[in-house]
Unconditional design. Structure first.
Length: 208
């Protein structure tokens, strides 16, 4: 089985909401996953890992550039950066699942590239495209110091990522989709006797 990007985006939004995010941030989570998957990056796996950790982790949900307690939420921090809350130079001590931050940084990328340094991993975003250094394991790092800058002295060799749309999300993502479904179920209202009687189906009687 495979899934469209629209289906994955909607599921990601519901899963984020089911894990405690408000609907606004949950929508941003869905956007981030679609952006990454469209570029053949593991957005579903990143959100799956982040929400699984979020249940028990210590999170600074709203970014505070002077704070050093807990881990910063990549969705809240990214949305704030995309809205212009921060300048071109900003650092965060411990960003959780930082891959989810990248789509929001891209919103402000223009002629001058923006570089995101995650310790040994570097992303570069500009109006001409998107590239990164490192390997697939590093891309899904659980947490990292994060520096966003337009001034990187020694940019390592980069692997360029195509912006060509990925038409479907393959069945290899099934395990992560199952986890996201488990979070999404928290958004469903529990059935009551009244709702069962008012809903589709026979109710108390199956007579025509």
């Amino acid at each position: 089985m495979s899934w469209s990007l629209g289906e994955i985006g909607a599921l990601s939004t519901k899963a984020a909401r089911g894990c405690g995010m408000d609907w606004g941030l949950a929508d941003e989570a869905g956007y981030a996953v679609k952006w990454l998957q469209r570029r053949q990056l593991p957005g579903i796996a990143a959100l799956c890992r982040y929400l699984s950790w979020r249940q028990t982790g210590e999170i600074t949900a709203w970014p505070d550039v002077t704070g050093d307690q807990g881990h910063y939420c990549p969705i809240a921090t990214g949305a704030a950066y995309g809205d212009g809350l921060f300048g071109d130079e900003v650092e965060f001590s411990r960003m959780r699942t930082p891959l989810l931050l990248i789509p929001f940084i891209a919103l402000r990328a223009g002629i001058t590239p923006i570089a995101i340094s995650l310790e040994t991993l570097v992303f570069s975003l500009s109006q001409d495209g998107f590239a990164y250094s490192g390997n697939d394991t590093a891309i899904l790092t659980a947490a990292s110091h994060c520096r966003i800058s337009t001034k990187i002295d020694h940019m390592p060799p980069l692997t360029r990522i195509s912006d060509t749309d990925l038409p479907r999300v393959p069945e290899t993502a099934a395990a992560c989709v199952t986890v996201l479904n488990s979070f999404a179920k928290n958004t469903y209202a529990p059935a009551t006797e009244a709702s069962r009687l008012a809903g589709a189906g026979a109710g108390l009687s199956d007579n025509d």
